[in-house]
Write a protein that binds this ligand. Structure first.
Ligand code: GDP
Ligand code: MG
Length: 781
């Protein structure tokens, strides 16, 4: 029987994990391995994916993927407790540990003043961001890892000036599959941090230690930070820190990042072992007595086989051996083995598979989890009940319940939009506009009093202040939207949204996680595009970013309002609703086409952890808002400013570079007149309209304002027919969003993609407008 046949609430033992490549490795890395117990908790409201419990935590799995997992049903799940009780809790010894966990032979500390570098590594939701903030305070810098859109945050550990800590992306393993995993291991292998700080969610210590095993194989000094200790101890659990240190031969520090407990001690340990180059005392986790010792023998034979290559190419030998067995192509390439050696390697692995009765990847995963099980049995006391988990289950009864999930989602999103666009964001925006208006007036008055040249005056007031005004007017909305987003993300709700919506989004080739950026796109494309950064795969990210601009953003509303009022005063609501749906429909069709031709290949496996609900710390939220606002202003400012000045120039000058008195003679008008025949098939080939469409690249609101200026006292109805108004509306809905959006697309995907998106959208807009016009014409005849 396979996992998708398991009954609700029933438990089973996994007997075999088939499938291949990234998906299978991901299963194994998440603890879905032969021999593990698994329980079906519930299905998503639409019947897919499923929520499962394995290795003491909860994850989501699609039914299609579950077919790859063979199981044997068991009548009742074994009690989850490690059996260790009644061991006295010892004080955790202080700084230095008196050489208890390391061998100080040949000690050669770095001289004072050497820069010590630290890598912060851990699973998603283990509290990495919180710890990073606690370690560095305000001393942070955000950049990018070369070649990939993965944020790279660095900072100086407070109180230790000659340190630098880098926050690596949240990962579950060092497999060569996701860009995050590759970034993390490249960083550790190539940039050689002096020390790794491995943060662990102690509530899920078994699964978190799986990554630790791989990190320790890298033979870099490492400190384990057992986070969330406040929750574990609050529920009556504990960890025997000293015993664990002895087993692992490296410092283990219980902390609570959110409460800033134990962080000072963590810093002292980390700096100490970094300075004294204290490598972990243990890198060997295979046991010669487990299952006949086949895995143990294979790993050690391979270590002998590749030792000289590993030394030559500077890859830790134990790490290389384990990765070779798992079938890691990057390591295999890097080691440059001879054909003979490759053959021997294959022989050893096949021998091991036969003796162990498990395939290579599963055997290694099993080796790691067996060690972890033993380690936890002697050092971890699990709490019987976790208050946080019970609370989470209660919340989930509603938020992911069969009948309540989707209504709750709609209500929550509606509330976010209402608060952003009607209450907080719009008021902030008004406030800022008043400020900018005041500044602009002051400068205006100043320029007038100084008798400045009229053109320069117009450049400053219309060009530059116009541009700054556009940038600034976006900021409040971005900040407010990101405030809610970070609440939803850090609380753990976003993972549930992905869980609920996955089935729907899968139909168009995306995963549930893409729903949020697209929804935000209804408010504003810019934060929508920025939010796509949380998507785990590059393919999904690209596709989501391409689709988001089709969601009708709030700046397009004035356009709809203007034309609907002029041409269809009795059917305003109908016009608006139809346009919104048309946007969604276009996105769906585009997605289907993209899935077919542009983004073939498999969607990422949707194996995702569902963390307990937690209240984010205010510090994290404030920091995120600051980062997003700064990011937007830094990146968008130049683009928007330059674009504003260009549009101003085109509007104010003629081809002889003289200032025009009638806007009809401006470069923009002439160019618009020149390209306007292109729009004749759509029915709006007047230069005034084309000019306002060009101005719409600046900001969608400008379409209406430019048009009103150019029309003067004339009424729009004298210009175009109602039919042309419809195709114009369709064109406005679908054509390229404003420069701010283009700037953020460029930031996420690069210039080529941004340009491609612009062209693509103009073409789609043109085609759709044409089709709709033709269809209506057909019916009218
Ligand atoms: P990341 O995904 O690893 O960056 O994790 P975050 O730092 O965003 O933390 C995830 C959630 O756990 C947030 O809501 C934090 O407030 C919370 N959190 C982090 N550390 C602790 C801790 O030590 N104790 C408790 N109770 N909650 C924590
Ligand atoms: Mg985080």
């Amino acid at each position: 029987m396979t996992l998708n046949d398991l009954g609700l609430g029933k438990s089973a033992v996994i007997t075999k994990v088939s499938g291949e490549g990234a998906l299978r490795q991901h299963f194994l890395d998440m603890g879905v391995i032969p021999g593990a117990e698994i329980t079906l908790i519930k299905y998503a409201p639409m019947g897919d994916p499923m929520q499962l419990k394995v290795q003491g935590y909860e994850l989501t799995l699609r039914l299609d993927d579950a077919k790859h997992i063979e199981i044997e049903e068991i009548s009742n799940a074994s009690e989850e407790n490690s059996g260790v009780v009644n061991r006295k809790k010892l004080e955790h010894p202080g700084f230095g540990e008196d050489g208890k966990y390391h061998i100080k032979k040949g000690e050669a500390p770095y001289p004072k003043g050497t820069k010590l570098t630290f890598a912060l590594v851990g699973n998603q939701n283990s509290g990495k961001t919180t710890l990073f903030n606690a370690l560095t305070g305000a001393n942070q810098h955000v950049g990018n890892f070369p070649g990939v859109t993965v944020d790279r945050k660095t900072g100086v550990i407070r109180g230790n000036d000659d340190t630098l800590v880098t926050d690596l992306p949240g990962i579950y393993s060092l497999s060569p599959y996701t860009s995050e995993e590759i970034v993390s291991r490249q960083f550790i292998l190539d940039e050689k941090p002096t020390c790794i700080i491995n943060i662990i969610d102690t509530n899920n210590i078994e699964r978190n230690l799986y990554l630790t095993m791989q990190l320790m194989e890298l033979e870099v000094p490492i400190v384990l930070a057992l986070n969330m200790m406040d929750e574990v101890e609050g529920n009556g659990g504990t960890v025997y820190i000293n015993a664990m240190e002895q087993e692992l031969g490296t410092p283990v520090v219980p902390i609570s990042a959110a409460k800033n407990e134990g962080v000072d001690e963590l810093i002292r340990h980390a700096v100490h072992i970094a300075r004294y180059k204290e490598k972990p005392g243990r890198t060997d986790f295979c046991d010669k007595d487990t299952a006949g010792g086949a895995v143990h023998r294979a790993i050690h034979s391979i270590m002998h086989l590749i030792e000289d290559h590993a030394v030559a190419y500077n890859i830790p030998v134990r790490f290389a051996a384990c990765k070779l067995i798992e079938g890691d192509s990057l390591v295999l390439e890097a080691l440059k083995l001879s054909d003979n050696e490759k053959e021997t390697l294959e022989h050893i692995i096949i021998q091991m598979e036969q003796e162990r009765g498990l395939d290579r990847a599963a055997a290694i995963a099993d080796m790691r989890f067996s060690f972890i099980k033993k380690l936890c049995a002697s050092t971890v006391v699990k709490p019987k009940v976790s208050k946080e988990h019970i609370r989470s289950n209660k919340i989930d009864k509603i938020l992911t319940g069969k009948f309540t999930a989707i209504p709750s989602f709609v209500i929550i999103m509606a509330l976010v939009f209402y608060l952003t666009f009607d209450v907080i964001g719009s008021n902030l925006q008004k406030l800022l506009e008043i400020g900018i208006g005041w500044l602009s007036n002051t400068v205006d008055a100043l320029l007038v009093s100084l008798n400045v040249n009229k053109v320069l005056h117009s450049l400053v007031i219309d060009g530059i202040f116009g541009g700054i005004g556009t940038v600034v007017s976006f900021v409040p909305i971005i900040v407010t939207l990101f405030f809610f987003l970070s609440l939803l993300e850090d609380s753990g709700y976003m993972a549930r949204v992905a869980f609920i919506m996955d089935k729907l989004l899968r139909k168009i080739g995306l995963s549930g996680r893409s729903i949020v950026p697209m929804l935000i796109g209804f408010g504003c494309t810019v934060p929508g595009v920025m939010a796509s950064r949380t998507l785990p795969s590059a393919r999904d990210r690209k596709m989501t970013i391409m689709l988001t601009p089709f969601m009708s953003c709030s700046a397009k509303l004035p356009i709809y309002g203007f034309f609907a009022a002029a041409f269809f005063p009795k059917h305003t609501a109908l016009v608006m609703v139809s346009l919104y749906f048309l946007g969604i429909l276009t996105a769906v069709i585009t997605a289907l086409i993209c899935k077919r031709f542009l983004f073939k290949g498999e969607a990422v496996p949707f194996v995702m952890e569902l963390p307990n609900y937690r209240l984010p710390t205010p510090k994290n939220v404030v920091r995120l808002l600051w980062e997003k606002a700064k990011d937007f202003i830094e990146r968008a400012f130049t683009v928007i400013l330059i674009a504003s000045i260009v549009v101003w120039f085109l509007q104010s000058f003629n081809f002889k570079l003289n200032v025009v008195s009638d806007s009809k003679d401006s470069i923009l008008a002439v160019v618009a007149g020149f390209i306007s025949p292109v729009f004749a098939p759509l029915g709006f080939d007047k230069w005034e309209i084309v000019t306002s469409l060009v101005a719409g690249f600046m900001a969608k609101e400008s379409v209406v304002s430019t048009l009103s200026v150019l029309l003067g006292t004339r009424h729009i109805a004298e210009f175009i027919t109602p039919l042309s108004a419809i195709s114009l509306l369709v064109f406005c809905l679908l054509y390229t969003p404003c420069v701010a959006a283009i700037a953020s697309i460029k930031r996420e995907l690069g210039g080529k993609w941004a340009f491609g998106t612009v062209v693509f959208q103009c073409v789609i807009a043109y085609i759709c407008a044409l089709i709709i016009r033709s269809v209506i014409l057909l019916f009218m005849i």
